[in-house]
Design a protein around this ligand. Structure first.
Ligand code: TMP
Length: 204
C-alpha cells in the first residue's frame, strides 16, 4: 500500500444514527489545526459517483449489482478525490466507506463477504481509513428518527429486521478492527454526542 502523509476518517452508522449532523463540527476542529480538510461522501464524491448514487438509492437491483456499483463509485472516488488529497497531506473526512458495504450489502442483504473482500482488495489496494467513527443506536431508534424523513430512499424504507442486521454487522466490524473503530453511543443528546466526537477527533 502507498504511504500517504494525510489521514482518512470515515463516519459510519445506520440511517438515522445522526452521523452527518457532526460533519461541520469535525471539519471545524480539524481546520482549527491549520490542515486542509476534504469532506466527501459515499456513494458519491465525484460527478460519476453522484450519478451512481442516484441509481443506487432509488433503482431496485440485485444486491450483488449494488455491491459492484458501490465499488465502481468507490474506485472513482479514490482515484479522483481521496488518493490525491491524502498525497498532498490533507485530512479526508468521508461520510461512509467500505464498512457500509459490509454492513448493508453483506450483513443485511446477504452478499458473500468473500466476494466483497475481493472487490475491496481490487479497488482499495490496501487503502483503509485511519479512524472510523461508528455512530451506534438501537434499530428502533433509527427507525423512529427516519419516520419523520420527508422522502425516504430505498434503504430508509427497510424494516426493523434489516436495521437489526445492519447494527449487528457494524458492531461485528468494530470488534474485528478495534484499532481503527471508535464506537459512539449515539442514543443520547446531540450535545453529549458532540462532546464524544470532539474528544475522539482530538486524539487523531
Ligand atoms: P447516506 O444516506 O448516509 O448518505 O447513505 C446512503 C445510503 O447508501 C445509506 O442508506 C447506506 C447505503 N450504502 C450502502 O448500502 N452501501 C455502501 O457501500 C454505502 C457507501 C452506502
Amino acid at each position: 500500500m502507498t504511504q500517504y502523509s494525510g489521514k482518512m476518517i470515515s463516519l459510519e452508522g445506520m440511517d438515522g444514527a445522526g452521523k452527518s449532523t457532526h460533519i461541520p463540527t469535525i471539519i471545524g476542529l480539524l481546520e482549527a489545526r491549520g490542515v486542509e480538510v476534504v469532506s466527501t461522501r459515499e456513494p458519491g464524491g465525484t460527478p460519476l459517483g453522484e450519478q451512481l448514487r442516484d441509481l443506487l438509492l432509488h433503482a431496485p437491483m440485485h444486491p450483488e449489482t449494488e455491491a459492484m456499483l458501490m465499488f465502481a463509485a468507490r474506485r472513482e472516488h479514490i482515484a479522483e478525490v481521496i488518493a490525491p488529497a491524502l498525497k498532498r497531506g490533507a485530512y479526508v473526512l468521508t461520510d461512509r466507506f467500505t464498512d457500509a458495504t459490509y454492513a448493508y450489502q453483506c450483513g443485511a442483504k446477504g452478499v458473500s463477504s468473500h466476494k466483497i473482500l475481493q472487490l475491496e482488495e481490487w479497488v482499495q489496494e490496501g487503502l483503509q481509513p485511519d479512524v472510523t467513527l461508528l455512530f451506534d443506536v438501537p434499530a428502533q431508534v433509527s427507525l423512529q428518527r427516519l419516520s419523520t424523513a420527508r422522502s425516504p430512499d430505498k434503504f430508509e424504507r427497510e424494516g426493523v429486521v434489516f436495521f437489526e442486521k445492519l447494527r449487528h454487522s457494524y458492531l461485528e466490524r468494530a470488534a474485528q478492527f478495534p484499532q481503527r473503530f471508535r464506537v459512539i453511543d449515539a442514543n443520547q443528546s446531540l450535545e453529549k454526542v458532540k462532546v464524544l466526537v470532539s474528544e475522539i477527533i482530538a486524539t487523531i
